[in-house]
Design a protein around this ligand. Sequence first.
Ligand SMILES: [Zn+2]
Length: 266
Amino acid sequence: MSLLEQRYRQLRAIDANDFHTCFYCGCIATEFDFAPPKAHWQSFQYRQLSADNLQVPSCMECIKLLKGCTMGLVQQRRELVHTKIASKYKKAIGVFLRWNEDELEELDFSLHHSIAAGLKLGEESHRRSNYVGFSYEIDGAKATGLVPTAAPLKVFGEQYASVKDALVAVSKSYRINQAKLVEGMAKHDNNLEAVVMAWQQQQQHAMFQRELRKQCAAFAKQHKQSHRFVVNEIERYLDKDAELSIADALDKLYQERVKHYQPLVK
Ligand SMILES: [Zn+2]
């Protein structure tokens, strides 16, 4: 047994479909990554730091992304790879999340071409940066309990296999532009429910403002008051009492401020 074999045990796929697959991103594996890196093995021993001491099937790009990474646990190394892939292909992933295949037909040639390329690269990068690994054995012993499963994404009680699936479905059922949802996810810690609720609140607020302007304009015209004055007064009433409807507030304004001065206005 070589020194290397004594130090590192090999992580091997159980299912034949996963042979020669990068454990970090799911691409074709041509190399091995070492957790911790060979040059740091001794240092981990001396300092008794937690290390998997595993030799992990890996693709060339993941090896490059892990260059300089001294982490000793496979899971830590995987998380770093995912962060780096997500950042390196951020633009393409953005295209993939915002656009759908069926929208391409409507685009002119050059945009069609660039969006189609972005969709393909983005889909692959998104999949790689969320890859959960495969069932494996170490030295012939099945590593039970370590079999990876992707947690299904739940949005308002519905389960989705991927973020993209959730975006498409939510965009359809709530009639919110998919690009707007993606934008919102960046602001709301990737919480799609929070994005939808914030959007609905915003819509309600906009609707209320439209209604407020409309009713105040009608009132101002009817009672020959300045529009600005009416809006300011109504907003004051509504601020003080959240239960009040716009109509209630207008009635209050009429009773308290306008009625008595009617004779003065000609
Ligand atoms: Zn890889």
